[in-house]
Design a protein around this ligand. Sequence first.
Ligand code: FAD
Ligand code: NAD
Length: 480
Amino acid sequence: MSKEFDVVVIGAGPGGYIAAIRAAQLGKTVACIEKWKNPAGALKLGGTCLNVGCIPSKALLASSEEFENASHHLADHGISVENVQVDISKMMSRKDGIVEKMTKGIEFLFRKNKITWLKGHGKFTGKTDAGVQIEVSGEGTDGASSEVVTAKNVIIATGSKARHLPGIPVDNKLIADNEGALSFDTAPKKLAVIGAGVIGLELGSVWRRLGADVTVLEALPEFLGAADQALSKEAAKQFKKQGLDIHVGVKVGEVKTSENGVTIAYTDKDGNAQTLEADRLIVSVGRVPNTDNLGLESIGLKANERGFIDVDDHCATAVPNVYAIGDVVRGPMLAHKAEDEGVMVAEVIDGQKPHIDYNCVPWVIYTEPEIAWVGKTEQQLKAEGREIKTGQFPFMANGRALGINKADGFVKMIADAKTDELLGVHIISANASDLIAEAVVAMEFKAASEDIGRICHPHPSLSEVMREAALAVDKRALNM
Ligand code: FAD
Ligand code: NAD
C-alpha cells in the first residue's frame, strides 16, 4: 500500500520547504520530494535559493565588498593596508560553508516538524478517490529505486533553472550560468556578461571587485527598465563610476570559444558590428520554470506556452487540491514571494482565508549601492493617469551615511496627490534591503507619507532618510 499524506510538496526551495513547515505546524502529515544534489553528489534541501542563488551570491557579494573596501576605501578612514591579497579558494570555501549550514538547517527543521523527505524526482502518475498519486524515483526513501505516494493535497514548488541561449553552450567553465559564475576558481581578467538583469549586475559586481574588467551586453534599449527611472539613472551613473561597462540595445551574435577564452560577436545600439574578447562569459538572461517530466497530463494539468503552471490569486491550479507556488507560477521570481505563497497555500489547505498583496512584494538588487523598491514607479503611475506627488532625499545630507562613508543615493517616495496614500518607495543606497522593510509595512497598512514623516526614527541612522523623503512629499524636509 502506498504511503498517504495530507500534503505532498514537490520541491524544497524557499517556496516548498516553507509550505511544508507551515502545513506541518497546522497539524497535517507532510512529505516533501526533493532531488537536488550538490557537486559532491550529496542530496540537499533548499533549492536554487540556498544552493546556487540568494545565499551563495550574497556571501560572495559580502566577501568581494570587504576586498574592495580594504583595497580602496579604508584609506578614506585614515587606515592604510598594504598589499591586499585575495584567496578565491578560501572565499569559495566560506561561501560553501554558509550554504552547508543553511541546507543542514532545513534538514533539522524537517525533523523538528516531522516532515518526511522523499529523496528523488517526483512525477504525477494519476488521481484516484484517495488522492493524487506521485511517483518518487531516483534515491527512494527506503533505498528502493522508486515508490508511489498518495496525497490529499499537492503543492508544486519545482522552481526554475537558468535560461540558456541557442548556440551558446554553457559548460560552467568558460561559459557559465549562475551555477558556474558562483564557483569560478580564479577572477577572470576580462569577463563578459550577457544580460544586465539582477544576476548580471550582482555577479558582474562580484567579479569586478575581485579584479575583472567586466563588460555587460544587454538586449533592451533601456537599462533596468523595471525600476523607477530615477533609480535606474542613478544606478547607471554609479556602476559606470565603478567601471562596470554596460552596453544596452545590443544584439548578441556568434559566440566562439577557444582554449583560453570566448569571443562574442554583437551588433551595438547604432547597428555597428562589434567583437568582445573575454576570458569567461556569464549568461544571465532570465530563468525558465521547471515543468518538464512532471507528469502533469496524468492529472489533467498542463504547463502554459511559456512553461509556467497557471494558478489563481490563491495559487490553486485548474485541478482541485493541486496548488503551485514560487518560480513555477506567474509573478516575480523572488524567494520571499515563493515563501509567502507557500504559507498562503498551507493555510488555504487548512481552511483559512489568507491573502497576498503582490503590490507589496519588495525588490532588491544587492549591488553597491543596493537598489530596492516596493509598489509602483512614477512612470507606471503616470501611465495609469494617477495624480501623484513625490519626495526625494539624498543620503549625502545624512550624518550616519557620511560616517560610514556610504553617502551615495537617495530615497524617493510617491504618494497619491489627494489622499497622500503611499504608492511606491524607491531606494538606492547602502542597506536599501533593510530600509525597504519600513516601506513594505507602511504600504501593507495603507499608510500615508505623512505617517512616515510623523514617526520617530533613530538618530543617527540611515532610516532618517526615509522620514525626510516622506516629509519632502509635503515639501517640508527638515535637513535640506
Ligand atoms: P527553487 O528554489 O528553484 O526550488 C525548486 C526545487 O524543486 C529545487 O530544489 C529542485 O531540485 C526541486 N525540483 C524540481 N523539480 C522536481 C521534481 N520533479 N522532483 C523533485 N524535486 C524537484 N531571490 C531573492 O528573493 N533574493 C535574492 O537575493 C535572490 N538571489 C538570487 C541569486 C541567483 C544567482 C539566483 C539564480 C536566484 C536568486 N533569487 C533571489 C531567486 C530565488 O532563488 C528564487 O526566486 C527562489 O529560489 C524560488 O524558489 P522556489 O521554491 O520556487 O524554487
Ligand atoms: P533578469 O530577468 O533579471 O535579467 C535578464 C536580462 O537579460 C534582462 O535585462 C533581459 O533583457 C536580458 N536579455 C535577455 N535575453 C538577452 C539576450 N539574448 N541578449 C542580451 N540580453 C538579454 O534575469 P536574471 O538576471 O537571469 O535573473 C533571473 C531571476 O532570478 C530574476 O527573475 C530575478 O528575479 C531572480 N534573481 C533575483 C535576485 C534578487 O532578488 N536580488 C538576484 C538574482 C536573481
